[in-house]
Design a protein around this ligand. Structure first.
Ligand code: HEC
Length: 380
């Protein structure tokens, strides 16, 4: 009885605290995320446990189904949402972020997948500008095919254009749900970039709330309830978990993770020589300008300079990633058909135009393809 009364008291105090703030807790989730059902169910369990009133903010129409830049998340958490559920965060990304996050409530890793019975010896499909592309670049996968979207990666495997893909596990689950006949075989990716967790995230001023959310998650986990709630996301987790978990000791550059920090460097340099830039400019004028604009400002195709191209705060691009993309997909009217030297020169020009100084060591096709340094535009 005593226990019951304490609980009610705790609930009443909590309720008072929330209403004293003048509103219910505004909970946001990504409207198009394949983890949405789990995010919402976990949030409901957490707020019920804390006896806190909340409502789910409708973000449909506010955010699309692509990646959400951190700056936008920060803004939503300043204006529309008190707390955001379903934010995938890499192990060590937190300390570098202007946001705070709760303890994790589910795993959501990048995995390798294929169709049953198809040998894994051909091309690996990955999506451009995603952790999957970085994973493949780091693993030095011999043949990889860079697709424009994660959905296109799944299609490439389903259509047998690639024998394997690297994708976010929840996306694969969502695809299987929508296509009842399709079953993927899934294997762990042994990479520092593959292990992601789902968290609640909020602005620093909501630190106390996040603290309580974390404690509620702990209680739900001890009772086994959390595992039942997040089971839909990780049915195979126990079998492929072994070895797949990154340790913080080998954590990569946090700037290459999904939620980013701003990297400031006075004089960024990259591997290319000054005398590659002139020829690169000519290649650009002849082969690229008609779509990307004379000044790379964007025309029928996106801009190739400035924050719209490679925002310094949340770029997921590497020099090698862009080089691979350009050599396989560009010029869009004759993809892959330029000479290797033309691709190398135009890449040197692209780096120069985005504010990089030449290191002096000439760029080669091989060095460019393997260059895993982050590509940020230093042009405002
Ligand atoms: C016929 C038009 C056309 C030509 C010519 C062309 N591109 Fe593109 N390029 C595109 C389009 C369209 C996209 C966007 C593709 C998409 O998002 O699906 C693109 C995308 C890109 C991107 C990725 C942009 C981003 O925001 O991530 C790069 C880099 C690029 N092109 C470089 C080049 C280079 C270098 C050349 C010349 C060697 C070139 N392109 C020639 C049409 C063209």
């Amino acid at each position: 009885m005593m226990k019951y009364r304490n609980l009610t008291l705790a609930a009443a105090v909590a309720l008072g605290a929330a209403t004293a703030q003048g509103h219910e807790i505004r909970l946001c989730v990504f409207p198009h995320s394949p983890t949405r059902a789990v995010d919402t169910a976990v949030a409901r369990a957490v707020f019920d446990h804390l006896a806190l009133p909340y409502r789910v903010v409708d973000l449909d129409g506010t955010i699309g189904n692509g990646a959400l830049p951190q700056a936008k998340l920060v803004k939503l958490l300043a204006n529309k949402c008190d707390v955001f559920a379903g934010v995938p965060t890499a192990d060590d990304a937190q300390h570098a972020s202007p946001l705070r996050s709760s303890r994790a409530y589910a795993s959501a890793d990048f995995v390798e997948f294929g169709l049953p019975g198809v040998a894994a010896d051909g091309t690996v499909a990955v999506a451009y500008r995603t952790p999957a592309q970085l994973i493949a670049a780091e693993a030095k996968v011999p043949n990889f095919d860079v697709e424009n979207t994660p959905a296109a990666v799944i299609d490439a495997v389903v259509d047998h254009r690639a024998t394997r893909g690297i994708a976010w596990y929840p996306s694969l689950l969502a695809y299987q749900q929508e296509h009842a006949g399709t079953r993927f075989t899934v294997t762990p990716v042994h990479s520092r970039l593959s292990h992601w967790d789902l968290h609640f995230v909020a602005a620093p001023r909501q630190g106390a709330l996040l603290e309580r959310v974390s404690r509620a998650l702990g209680a739900l986990q001890r009772s086994g309830r959390l595992q039942r709630l997040n089971a839909p996301l990780a049915p195979h987790r126990t079998s492929w978990q072994v070895g797949a978990v990154a340790t913080s000791a080998d954590a990569p550059n946090p700037a290459q993770r999904g939620w980013k920090i701003v990297r400031v460097s006075a004089t960024p340099t990259a591997q290319f020589a000054a005398d590659q830039v002139g020829p690169g400019r000519k290649v650009y004028a002849a082969e690229c300008a008609k779509c990307h604009g004379d000044k790379m400002q964007g025309r029928t195709a996106p801009a190739l300079v400035g924050p719209g191209f490679a925002p310094s705060s949340n770029s997921t691009m590497t020099v090698g990633g862009i080089y691979q993309y350009v050599t396989t997909n560009m010029p869009a009217d004759k993809p892959g058909l330029l000479k290797p030297v033309q691709y190398v020169d135009v890449m040197a020009f692209l780096l120069r135009a985005n504010g990089y100084a030449p290191s002096g060591k000439p760029m080669t096709a091989q060095a460019a393809g393997n260059d895993s340094s982050q590509f940020d535009s230093f042009v405002k």
